[in-house]
Write a protein that binds this ligand. Structure first.
Ligand code: AMP
Ligand code: GLY
Length: 429
């Protein structure tokens, strides 16, 4: 079997790792992949936005299945291009990916479907947005409607800060065209949760609940990043809560998408705020989360490939089996000092050999590459994701942290508190 995985981050390394675990003799290609995917997959020098070239590659190499990691090619219609050429691909169409590509669209959809979310308004005009903001109270959240690499949502502590954030998006075009439409919404206070569903457009299966850690600093301080770590499972997301998310959010959303001829097939990432036990949507993504995937897939005991293939063939997921280990996983991201601002690249990475032999440890690469001499060097803000497994989150976090400390490169930075909420809960049980 030949599989193409599009993307170059930790999420893509994890997808490749999982597929290889399921089908050891599969021939996997990574476009473009990173310094870690090379051990499992052949690197293809194509970027995720080179959609026609990727389709040419899939066609000429007779790829059986393509899996797309990042949102941008999905929003740009990679699935439509592949489907037109008869190439099997897992992911939502361009029309369905708009659920992530346009927050204005996603918000309108929640309203139509009666899905719980923060009180909000959408604006195309700065003066209108300013008037609305000055009528509300802080804290308040300002979001660029389009794709802004995870940086487009700003939680503002004062009304003036919110007006300035809106001005920077709508007038100063800080995020280019992505900020010409802005969503302003009330700030929800609670605990965040990521629930990823695999769906054929009608039925949907939740993967094990996980929690991301977006801020750069320990105890969730400082600016937001793409995610500094994640863990699974999350005990507040018990069966009853996941059931409520499925019933009140996911099923109505999928039905509304289908009714608009935008049937969503792929992974629907539901970003939630749990406010006094009740789930509210804060965002939808049209793909796997990064770094949530690094914590989720190592716990998966059933086949992921079977769902990918069924969805890619346009078949129903009815009867598919989703099983997860009863253990826990914690992913600590090792970043380059300076991230999410500017940072240096090209630092030599040393991973002590015994780490590779530890069955409770997985080192997943993100911003890494091999230099011309074959040495592993840093090549991005988020460099590695170190996944520790254990019988509970406390044990998994200790394992992850130990390896995070043992791996060396100049300017290494990581949060030592990934999973702290769950560790506190486990400690008080
Ligand atoms: P988003 O780009 O919508 O995923 O938002 C990025 C981050 O901003 C989220 O992970 C939350 O931490 C925060 N956020 C977004 N919307 C809200 C909201 N309505 N209330 C509180 N925090 C929010
Ligand atoms: N971890 C957040 C995201 O993937 O969007």
């Amino acid at each position: 079997m030949r599989i193409l995985v599009v993307g170059s981050g930790g999420r893509e390394h994890t997808l490749i790792w999982q597929l290889k675990r399921e089908v050891p003799d599969a021939q996997i290609y990574a476009a473009p992949g990173n310094g870690g995917t090379k051990a499992l997959a052949e690197s293809v020098p194509l970027k995720p936005d080179e959609i026609d070239e990727l389709a040419d590659f899939a066609d000429s190499r007779e790829i059986d299945l393509t899996v797309v990691g990042p949102e941008a090619p999905l929003v740009d219609g990679i699935v439509d291009v592949f489907a037109e050429r008869g190439l099997k691909i897992f992911g939502p169409s361009k029309a369905a990916a708009e659920i992530e590509g346009s927050k204005a669209f996603a918000k309108a959809l929640t309203q139509k479907a009666g899905v719980p979310t923060a009180e909000h308004q959408t604006f195309d005009d700065f003066e209108d947005a300013e008037r609305y903001i000055r009528d509300r109270s802080a804290p308040i959240v300002v979001k660029a409607s389009g794709l802004a690499a995870g940086k487009g949502s700003i939680v503002c502590q004062t009304i003036d800060e919110a007006v300035e954030a809106t001005r920077s998006m709508m007038v100063d075009e800080r995020f280019g065209a992505a900020g010409s439409t802005v969503v302003v919404e009330d700030c929800l206070v609670g605990e965040e949760l990521s629930l990823l569903y695999i769906t054929d457009g009608e039925i949907a299966f939740p993967l094990i609940p996980s929690q991301d850690h977006k801020p750069i600093g320990e105890a969730d301080t400082g600016p937001n990043t793409g995610g500094m770590g994640a863990y699974a499972p999350v005990s507040i997301a018990d069966e009853a809560l996941v059931g409520r998310v499925s019933d009140t959010i996911v099923m109505p959303t999928l039905a509304a998408m289908k009714a608009q001829d935008r049937t969503f097939r792929g992974v629907l990432y539901v970003g939630l705020m749990i406010v006094e036990g009740e789930p509210y949507v804060i965002e939808f993504n049209c793909r796997f989360g990064d770094p949530e995937t690094q914590a989720i897939l190592p716990l998966m005991e059933s086949s992921l490939l079977e769902s990918f293939e069924r969805v890619a063939r346009g078949e129903s997921l009815k009867g598919t089996d989703y099983r997860f280990s009863r253990r826990a996983a914690v992913c600590t991201v090792l970043a380059s000092r300076g991230y999410p601002g500017s940072y240096e690249k090209g630092k030599v990475i040393t991973i002590p050999e015994p780490l590779a032999d530890d069955p409770d440890l997985i080192v997943l690469h993100a911003g890494t590459r091999r230099d011309p001499e074959g040495k592993l060097v840093t090549d991005g803000g988020r460099v590695l994701g170190v996944v520790g497994l254990g019988d509970n989150v406390t044990a998994a976090a200790a394992k992850s942290k130990e390896a995070a400390s043992a791996i060396k490169f100049a300017g290494k930075y990581y949060r030592g508190d990934i999973g702290y909420r769950e560790i506190e809960r486990e400690g008080s049980r």
